[in-house]
Design a protein around this ligand. Structure first.
Ligand code: FBP
Length: 261
């Protein structure tokens, strides 16, 4: 893990910003639940949004064809209606994926009352954001208040995958609000993926830790071998590679150290 502002490397160019979450979904991995990832994003120096003192961000993400409909300043139910209209489907066909949190109860109840469907996840809104913007996704929208750093990583992925994400900083209390305002953060502003990661040369790699909708997790075949699945992408070219790898655990153990075995 890196802390905000931590410097790494010896200064040799190119200088980059890095956002890393070695285990996005620690509880998911600990409990063997789906969609834990290891993820890292790099972009040109000074292009990544600094979350500052604000831990949480309200996020709304969806695929390319509905990206212009993403707006946190209108009720989520209205956006769901607009998405159904745009896609020519019934409201009941729209699925919103969201973290199961008390802070989401009222909004998600309103979505259910409208007739749309809600898919609750325990953790892992980076994976859910990527799923929401993917082709032939089983979900239409990701909505919810989750980690701000996870919002930056999701934005980095969406710049390559396509689709849109808007995020609004969500202070937990008055002290956090005051600290953010003192540092010049505009809490009413909706940040797009291009505000969260500026420029157009951003790289991201995500590897599944546990099986999920986006990626297969690490699988062990006896003491010797393991397989992984990763997505590797670059925003400038829009190339997204899905990489299945087989690892020789015995050789890796000899090459690096016990902890990789
Ligand atoms: P960790 O891997 O740090 O546990 O984060 C998992 C996660 O679910 C993120 O995907 C999400 O953005 C955030 O935590 C939500 O935070 P909280 O659990 O405090 O609601």
């Amino acid at each position: 893990m890196l802390y905000n502002g931590e410097q790494i490397g010896d200064g040799t160019p190119p200088q980059v910003d890095i956002a890393v979450d070695p285990l996005e979904g620690t509880t998911l991995a600990a409990k063997g639940m789906p969609s834990a990832l290891a993820v890292i994003a790099l972009s040109e120096r000074g292009t990544m949004f600094n979350p500052g003192p604000i831990v949480y961000m309200e996020k709304l993400a969806g695929a390319e064809d509905i990206a212009d409909l993403l707006d946190l300043d209108r009720p989520l139910t209205k956006t769901v209606e607009l998405v159904a209209e745009r896609r020519g489907v019934e409201i009941g066909d729209i699925v919103v994926v969201s973290l199961e949190r008390d802070r989401h109860t009222d909004t998600l109840q309103a979505v259910r009352d409208l007739g749309a469907r809600v898919r609750l996840i325990q953790h892992g809104d980076v994976s859910a954001s990527m799923l929401a913007v993917s082709d032939r996704s089983p979900v239409d929208l990701l909505w919810g208040i989750g980690g701000t750093p996870e919002g930056v990583i999701s934005a980095a992925a969406i710049k390559s995958l396509g689709g849109g994400l808007v995020g609004k900083l969500w202070p937990r209390d008055d002290a956090e609000r005051a600290a953010a305002e003192a540092e010049g953060y505009d809490l009413s502003r909706q940040l797009t993926q291009d505000d969260l990661v500026k420029g157009d040369d951003c790289f991201l790699a995500a590897t599944g830790v546990t099986d999920g909708d986006m990626l297969q997790g690490v699988r062990y075949q006896g003491a010797k071998s393991a397989t992984t699945e990763s997505l590797v992408m670059r925003s400038r070219s829009g190339t997204v590679r899905r990489i299945s790898a087989r690892h020789d655990r015995t050789k890796l153990r000899a090459l690096v150290s016990e902890r990789y075995g």
